[in-house]
Design a binder for this molecule. Structure first.
Ligand SMILES: N[C@@H](CCC(=O)N[C@@H](CS)C(=O)NCC(=O)O)C(=O)O
Length: 225
């Protein structure tokens, strides 16, 4: 029986891209279904009633939500091109740093962005978090070693999004002097053909994040009035 693999995503979500990257790295064909998040489809509400968020992978009718959970499912279901380390300790560390990326790194970079680099505390927190990632890359080309692995995919948003945010606020967050390894990883990761071909168009992303910033600034202004 032919496998049925659907991916509910949208055009810009870095969480959705994690799954696109993983499936492509494994050479798995899938049916992408783009959601309009301002008008969620009955399919999304049916498949992810808990969070009502994308991405959702639907494999032979069975839905799986939460991008880091989906990544592990993909890795265990299609064994070619393994993404997770085999060693239990290494595996635990990959999960730990992926969670750190979602819980701490993304929030601290977002704070630098919305404060347009003018808040020293926000900057310092982001720098401290990025230093942990820099340490992690010592002696390695990718977080996963010689090849792109689970943690590279989990942190993949950094590789493309940070330069976009830097462009908007005209401030360098990941500079070559301070974070040479992370800087090198960004080049390697974002230029890898499978990663590059699935990243959304630059201009469209730029507009999206410019609007996000404007909205945040309006909100902050309204709160101080
Ligand atoms: N922790 C989730 C986050 C997913 C997420 O935040 N998805 C956003 C798009 S980037 C979404 O569906 N938002 C719709 C909403 O919050 O209503 C994951 O890793 O999959």
């Amino acid at each position: 029986m032919a496998e049925e693999i659907k991916l509910l995503k949208n055009w810009s979500s870095p969480f959705g891209l994690r799954i696109v990257w993983a499936l492509k790295l494994k050479g798995i064909h899938f049916d992408p279904i783009d959601e309009d998040l301002s008008n969620k489809s009955p399919l999304l509400l049916q498949y992810n009633p808990v969070y009502k968020k994308i991405p959702v992978l639907v494999h032979n009718g069975k839905p799986i939500s939460e991008s880091l959970v989906i990544l592990e499912y993909v890795d265990e279901t299609w064994k070619q091109n393994p993404l997770m380390p085999q060693d239990p300790y290494e595996k635990a560390m990959a999960r730990f740093w992926a969670k750190f990326g979602d819980d701490k790194v993304s929030l601290s970079i977002w704070n630098v962005f919305v404060k347009q680099g003018k808040d020293q505390e926000a900057l310092q927190e982001a720098m401290e978090n990025l230093k942990f990632l820099e340490e992690n890359l010592k002696g390695k080309k990718f977080f996963g070693g010689e090849k792109i692995g689970y943690l590279d995919i989990a942190l993949g948003w950094l590789a493309n999004l940070v330069s976009l945010l830097e462009e908007i606020i005209d401030i360098k967050i990941i500079d070559k002097q301070r974070f040479p390894l992370l800087f090198g990883w960004i080049q390697e990761y974002s230029q890898a053909p499978i990663i590059k071909e699935s990243w959304p168009p630059h201009d469209k992303m730029l507009t999206k994040y410019q609007i996000k910033l404007e909205n945040q600034l309006k909100l902050a202004a309204a709160q101080t009035n």
